[in-house]
Structures are given as structure tokens and as C-alpha cells.
Design a protein around this ligand. Structure first.
Ligand code: 4NP
Length: 179
């Protein structure tokens, strides 16, 4: 039985005086992680957009969503205030604290989505294992969007808004693919 199959249809046995029953177990949550460089702009925003989406679609209990960075510059910090503000304008609440991705995260997530190709390559190199579950966020977008979610950190407010445009376009497609 594949891991994916087991995750979706796990069951457990109840043995009672009247016989043995097969009872469907509640499925294990789908663990989804978004990754950027600093974990204070793009990936916390992706986490918040996706969290709002699963809540809106009433499937939040089926997901565990978090985010991380490939660099350790901002460990323990809240997202960048410019990203918090841009998210708030669209109703998203960014509350994550920055952490650095580890090989263990890669082993313990069904899907890891990198914001750009440089981070994708760094995750694959760092994980030192089969990283079939590590993909690029823009794999879920058509060619009218760039391959990389542009790093907004050294740019203007428009860059933060554009990150959200990309995330709001990609997240419904990611969710449809995960369900
Ligand atoms: P993020 O943006 O990868 O989207 O969180 C950045 C945050 C901080 C830095 C670079 C990018 N930095 O150089 O400190």
C-alpha cells in the first residue's frame, strides 16, 4: 500500500463481543510547507493565503500549513511589516515566526513549495534525500506568470502586492491538486 493511499484511507479495527468492525480513521492531515529565503516575506504570505483558503473552503482540519526559509538571517522574527501590511489590505493575517528549513522538514511534509528556483535548488541540495515532494510554486501557474516569485525585500510596496497577486492565483490551484 502506498504512503499516499494509506494517508487517505487509513482504517482501524474495533474488536468487540459482537464481532470485528472496520472503522474509517480520520485521515492524517496533508502537511504543506512554503519556503523562501528569509521566511519573513513571501513564504509567510503564502502560508497566510493558503490558511485563509482552506478555512474558507472548510477543509482546514485536513491541512497543516507552515513555512520556512533557506537562510537563517531572521530566525524567530515575525514577517516583515511591509508584507504584514500588504496582506492585511487583502484580509490576510501573517503571524508566523521565521524558521530555517531542515532535512527533517523535507522528510515530514507531503509537499514543499519553493518560491523561486534558487531556493528550490538549495532545498534539494540541503535535504540530501529523495526530494520528489519539493516543487516550485509557479508549477501551479500558467506561463503568463514568472517562474520565480520575485523577492520583494529590497523593492517597493508594489513588489509586496505582486507577491500576493501570484499567491492568490496559485493557492486555489495548489489546494485543488491536494484535495
Ligand atoms: P523572503 O525575502 O525570502 O521572501 O523572506 C527576504 C527577506 C530577507 C532577506 C532577503 C529576502 N534578507 O536579505 O535579509
Amino acid at each position: 500500500m502506498s504512503g499516499e493511499f494509506a494517508r487517505k484511507v487509513s482504517i482501524f479495527l474495533i474488536v468487540s463481543p459482537i464481532g470485528v468492525m472496520l472503522v474509517p480513521n480520520s485521515p492524517k492531515p496533508f502537511r504543506l510547507m512554503f519556503v523562501c529565503l528569509g521566511n519573513i516575506c513571501r513564504s509567510p504570505a503564502a502560508q497566510a493565503v493558503m490558511q485563509a483558503l482552506v478555512q474558507g473552503r472548510k477543509v482546514a482540519d485536513r491541512f497543516e500549513i507552515d513555512s520556512a526559509g533557506t537562510a537563517s538571517y531572521h530566525l524567530g522574527k515575525l514577517p516583515d511589516s511591509r508584507m504584514i501590511e500588504a496582506g492585511a489590505k487583502r484580509g490576510f493575517k501573517l503571524t508566523s515566526l521565521a524558521k530555517a528549513i531542515t532535512a527533517e522538514h523535507v522528510a515530514n511534509r507531503e509537499l514543499i513549495l519553493a518560491m523561486d528556483r534558487e531556493n528550490l535548488n538549495n532545498i534539494r541540495r540541503m535535504s540530501n534525500q529523495d526530494s520528489h515532494n519539493v516543487r516550485l510554486l509557479s508549477d501551479y501557474l500558467d506561463e503568463t506568470w514568472p517562474r520565480d516569485v520575485p523577492d520583494p525585500y529590497y523593492g517597493s510596496d508594489a513588489g509586496f502586492a505582486y507577491v500576493l497577486d501570484m499567491l492568490e492565483a496559485a493557492c486555489p490551484k495548489i489546494l485543488d491538486d491536494c484535495l
